[in-house]
Design a protein around this ligand. Structure first.
Ligand SMILES: Cc1cc2nc3c(=O)[nH]c(=O)nc-3n(C[C@H](O)[C@H](O)[C@H](O)COP(=O)(O)O)c2cc1C
Length: 150
């Protein structure tokens, strides 16, 4: 299956996970960036509220033809319990008829309104085939395990 791995990442953890997933499935990796780069301070000050209100943020034009892929995997960090605002923008640009996997990263592994996130994504005419939350702490543990296993 022809797969696109689209991700937004502020501090690099989601990027790391997206790269790993793309390598595993042989998918194309693409980073979505906000037009106005955020500092960590502004992310903490405004981000969770924007995420709660499901704000759309301006992102740099997504220069990849999403309609050429059968499966699109979207990765985003969780801010204030919900996907970061760039996730909403990515979803709003999804072409209909695709299979979509949602992968969120967070420190706690918890997300609010899972059903709502899936329902709003499926309003784009796509089918959400998987939804998972990766605890970023687990990434570090897994890396350590892999290094030990080598
Ligand atoms: C503004 C902000 C809000 C966050 N809110 C949460 C949260 O509500 N719950 C949680 O478990 N982690 C929260 N985190 C942690 C991130 O979700 C987690 O570290 C994520 O993997 C970071 O991804 P990134 O490095 O790709 O930006 C928050 C981080 C930021 C910057």
């Amino acid at each position: 299956m022809n797969t696109l791995v689209l991700f937004y990442s502020l501090t690099g953890r989601t990027h790391y996970e997206a790269k790993r997933i793309a390598q595993e499935c042989g998918g194309e990796l693409y980073e979505v960036r906000e037009q106005r780069r955020r500092s960590l301070l502004s992310a903490y000050l405004f981000g969770p509220r924007q995420a709660r209100k499901r704000t759309y943020v301006y992102v740099e034009p997504i220069a990849v033809r999403m309609e050429e892929y059968d499966r699109i995997i979207i990765l985003s960090p969780i801010w204030g319990g919900r996907p970061a605002p760039a996730f909403n923008t990515i979803v709003s640009e999804l072409p209909a008829g695709r299979e979509v996997e949602i992968v969120l990263t967070s420190d706690t592994g918890r997300v609010k309104d899972r059903e709502g996130i899936v329902a709003r994504t499926e309003r784009m005419g796509v089918t959400v085939t998987d939804f998972r939350v990766i605890k970023t702490e687990d990434l570090k543990k897994r890396d350590r395990r892999r290094r030990r296993a080598k």
